[in-house]
Write a protein that binds this ligand. Structure first.
Ligand code: BGC
Length: 309
């Protein structure tokens, strides 16, 4: 069996695993994300561990697929990463030179989209879009069965402007969708409502997306109002994305998707109500992602598999 090493480089940690052709992970290894100068060195130790797993399973490692946040050119250069604080870094070429294995690098949200399309919530449709909710907002699309990444892979859906003249974004613009609909935005919004309602249960816990969802379930007023505001922020960006792409399925991953229907049901209603001519003529499913934390690794490996097919 030939495995592919999938690596998901995030703002705080890196996860890597050898991945079998049917998308199964042999063993996940993690490391803290270092500074740019030490990145290849950290990747080297992760690749060694993954190669050893492959050998132990009687397999080999035939390629390396990496995913990372930021604008990654089609030839695998990190042109600009607001989250990793990198610019013009030829990461793909450096890794390929070091390991002498075919290597690819793709935006993290495009990787998650590919993973969901091949193995998860996107199976069975030809047009799909995905939004990933984390520190930022990631966005990916499959059009007519092909991953769509924009010219030189520069599509950046999280930076559509939903609030003109609004909050400063890490990308240098103002009012980007991710400033209002990322997991960090939900926490900021919830903190505001917790202050407004001192009796709220939110004041007694560390505020995370899932904690807000738990409080909504328990009928907490501050949490419910925060969630309503947040769903409108997330929904408005999704309406714009759906009006442009008109996918058959919109997959929502990361952060709050763990809260399931409590979160997806009102989001679905919001988007379907606001979308141009509704969904009567072109049905749209809005569903939670299925691949969880492994989506980045699996999608990165799936993308790299093109190089050895
Ligand atoms: C970045 C994207 C990334 C997304 C999710 C955004 O801030 O600009 O490139 O896909 O966060 O990590």
């Amino acid at each position: 069996m030939r495995t592919i090493i999938g690596i998901d480089i995030g703002g705080t940690s890196i996860k890597a695993s050898a991945v079998s052709p049917n998308g199964r992970l042999l063993c996940i290894h993690t490391a803290e994300t270092p500074k740019q100068e030490e990145l290849v060195c950290v990747l080297e130790s992760l690749v060694r561990l993954c190669k050893a797993d492959a050998v132990e399973a009687g397999a080999s490692a035939a390629a390396i697929g990496m995913g990372s946040p930021g604008i990654i050119s089609t030839d695998g250069k990190v042109l600009f990463s607001n989250n990793l604080r990198m610019r013009n870094f030829d990461l793909r070429a450096e890794v390929e030179k070091k390991f002498q294995l075919p290597t690819s690098l793709l935006n993290d949200a495009f990787c998650a989209t590919l993973a969901e399309y091949r193995f998860g919530a996107g199976r069975g449709v030809k047009n799909m879009a995905m939004v990933t909710i984390g520190t930022g907002i990631g966005f990916g699309a499959v059009i007519n069965g092909e991953l769509f990444t924009g010219t030189n892979s520069c599509m950046a859906g999280g930076h559509i402007i939903t609030h003109a003249g609004g909050l400063d974004c890490t990308c240098g613009s103002k009012g980007c969708w991710e400033m209002y609909a990322s997991a960090s935005a939900l926490i900021r919004i919830a903190k505001g409502y917790a202050q407004k309602y001192p009796e709220s249960a939110l004041n007694a816990k560390e505020i995370t997306g899932l904690a807000v969802a738990d409080c909504v379930r328990a009928g907490d007023r501050a949490a419910s109002e925060a969630m309503q505001e947040y769903i409108a922020n997330l929904g408005d960006g999704m309406v714009s994305a759906c009006n442009i792409l008109r996918p058959e399925r919109m997959v929502v991953g990361g952060g709050l998707s763990g809260a399931g229907e409590l979160f997806i049901e009102p989001l679905r209603e919001y988007v379907l109500n606001k979308m141009f001519i509704g969904a009567d003529y072109a049905p749209l499913d809005i569903v939670c992602a299925q691949m969880g934390n492994a989506a980045g690794i699996i999608g990165a490996a799936a993308y790299a598999s093109r190089m050895i097919e």
